[in-house]
Write a protein that binds this ligand. Structure first.
Ligand SMILES: *[C@@H]1O[C@H](CO)[C@@H](O)[C@H](O)[C@H]1NC(C)=O
Ligand SMILES: *[C@@H]1O[C@H](CO)[C@@H](O)[C@H](O)[C@H]1NC(C)=O
Length: 513
């Protein structure tokens, strides 16, 4: 993602971090944050054996953007993470910007051996003295534990980028690289900062690359012209649920034009022949993966065994540079979520759902079924918790508005509402706690959500120390935001105004690792 986006927070370097106890610093219960210091988006997500590897843009020496390396952590369940030393550093004076990873099982790169094929990481090298961003390779021959920068770097130089990049190779970044089985070629997709395009490149050995084509907003019918500055591409195939169809999906983060303003993540479906991505016309009402302010730079885990078969994505939650009021860390990983495609009504929709591994760490604290909620009642006010998974299925009567308040204190609450009259799911952060650290930290975000065929609406709300992620329906909309309430604001309430709602099922689970 664009480095300039993070510079706003530089004044907040954390000289007093040693005075702040970790548990006073909004450190989440079940979301990943760096052990210390800054992170922005995830990188190189790959499963190796039983371990989900997470790499991430990281400043190991400061709580602000700069001095960037690939931080590293692993998990066997996508919930608990083990912090590991820096995976790809900057000791050679070249910072390690965003990229992706792939298992080279045939050793076509030649950097491993046939007996021990290498794991490859493709990243953007940033040379501070010249401002050059070029493309580089690192590899691991010990199952992802340690990584070595390839001697022949860069694999795409500034001069090779220049004819295809208006900045002449100063803004070409975020390589997505994969092996395309049908053409037996490596494919790289590059973002070009401030430009509304990706470039497609191919290679037979991952070390020498040939530009193939530009993919621009003009190649996507009905793509809104306000959605600009494409960054952090991911590219993969997804099955269309309930059919034998498969689509290629280009997922990326435009810097401007998201529903919540600023950056966000879009998914574009289409077909791919090994060099040309032919995009389906987009529907601007279904292309955004999240309607909240804090879901950017999403990537998906590669090398997930077919026996699992999931496409799992995660993003960074933090759209405010160095401004959030945390002192020992900044930047949180969204809770990992599955991504699917399904026809609902006459539209192909992206469906997202938190990974099911969360249930192993969750304990039900209340479970109500088949109950009518009237405007005179308040439910859930006896429940307290700061790390929760709340699941509600209900049928709204005409004119009703169901409101779930989370992280509720005497004067604080974050309110998730569903308004029947206009089918609007919203999250109101205006009284959520500290919203004064950044102009974009408050306000209301909403998304259109229709009841299912039986008239029911499903909500899933993940609450943690400083975040609320809301999923609606089968996951066709998501709204993810950071919040900074007081520790004492740990209450809940469930009310309706304007009419009854029929609660089919309400379950609150506490998450503890
Ligand atoms: C794998 O790479 C090694 C080291 O370059 C090379 O000796 C070997 O022939 C390669 N194997 C294949 C199958 O490409
Ligand atoms: C839906 O209606 C509610 C209540 O009148 C209003 O607050 C909200 O802004 C509306 N949402 C949209 C998206 O029109």
């Amino acid at each position: 993602m664009a480095p300039s986006q993070f510079l706003a927070g530089l004044i907040w370097t954390s000289s007093f971090s040693s005075l702040v106890r970790a548990d006073d610093d909004y450190r989440p219960t079940y979301h990943f944050v760096p052990d210390q210091n800054w992170m922005n988006e995830p990188n190189g997500l790959i499963k190796i054996g039983s371990e989900w590897h997470l790499f991430f843009q990281h400043n190991p020496t400061g709580n602000f953007w700069g001095n960037i390396v690939w931080g590293h952590a692993t998990s066997t369940d996508l919930v608990s993470w083990t912090h590991l030393p820096t995976a790809i550093g900057n000791d050679d004076g070249v910072q390690s910007f965003t990229g992706t990873a792939w298992y080279d099982d045939a050793n076509t790169s030649g950097v491993g051996t046939s007996a021990n094929p290498p794991y490859l990481a493709f990243f953007t090298g940033y040379v501070p003295s010249s401002g050059v961003q070029d493309q580089r390779l690192a590899f691991s021959v010990d199952q992802g534990a340690t990584w070595t920068k390839f001697q022949g770097n860069p694999i795409i130089s500034k001069d090779e980028e220049a004819p295809h990049d208006v900045s002449g190779g100063l803004e070409a970044r975020d390589p997505k690289v994969f092996f395309h089985d049908a053409t037996k070629k490596w494919v790289m997709i590059l973002a070009h900062g401030g430009q509304n395009k990706m470039t497609f490149w191919t290679s037979s050995d991952t070390k020498t690359w040939t530009w193939q084509n530009d993919f621009t907003s003009e190649d996507i019918s009905r793509f809104p012209s306000s959605v600009t500055g494409w960054e952090v591409p991911d590219f993969f195939q997804l099955a269309v649920e309930g059919s034998s169809d498969k689509k290629w999906v280009l997922m990326f983060t435009p810097a401007q034009g998201s529903p919540a303003t600023g950056n966000g993540v879009v998914g574009i479906t289409g077909s791919f022949d090994g060099t040309v991505f032919k995009a389906d016309p987009v529907d601007p009402t279904t292309m955004w993966l999240d309607y909240g302010r804090d879901f950017d730079g999403a990537l998906s885990w590669e090398n997930v065994p077919t026996s699992d078969g999931r496409r799992v994505i995660a993003s960074v939650m933090n759209s405010y540079g160095g401004n959030p009021p945390t002192n020992t860390w900044k930047g949180m990983l969204s809770f990992p979520r599955t991504l699917k495609l399904k026809n609902i009504g006459n539209k192909l929709r992206f469906l997202q759902e938190p990974v099911e591994e969360l249930s192993a760490d969750s304990t039900s604290v209340t479970h109500l079924t088949d109950q009518t909620l009237t405007p005179a009642q308040t439910l859930l006010s006896d429940i307290h918790g700061r790390a929760l998974d709340i699941q509600i299925t209900f049928v709204p009567t005409p004119g009703s508005k169901l409101s779930l308040a989370v992280r509720k204190g005497t004067s604080q609450q974050t309110v998730v509402s569903y308004t029947q009259s206009n089918g609007s799911l919203s999250v109101d952060r205006s009284a959520s706690g500290n919203i004064f650290y950044d102009p974009a930290a408050g306000g209301v975000q909403s998304a259109a959500l229709s009841p299912d065929g039986s008239g029911a609406v499903q909500l899933r709300v993940l609450v943690d120390e400083c975040s609320v992620e809301v999923y609606g329906g089968e996951g066709e909309v998501a709204i993810s935001n950071l919040i900074f309430p007081a520790t004492a604001s740990d209450g809940l309430s469930l009310i309706t105004t304007g009419g009854n709602v029929d609660l089919y099922d309400v379950e609150v689970l506490k998450v503890a690792l």
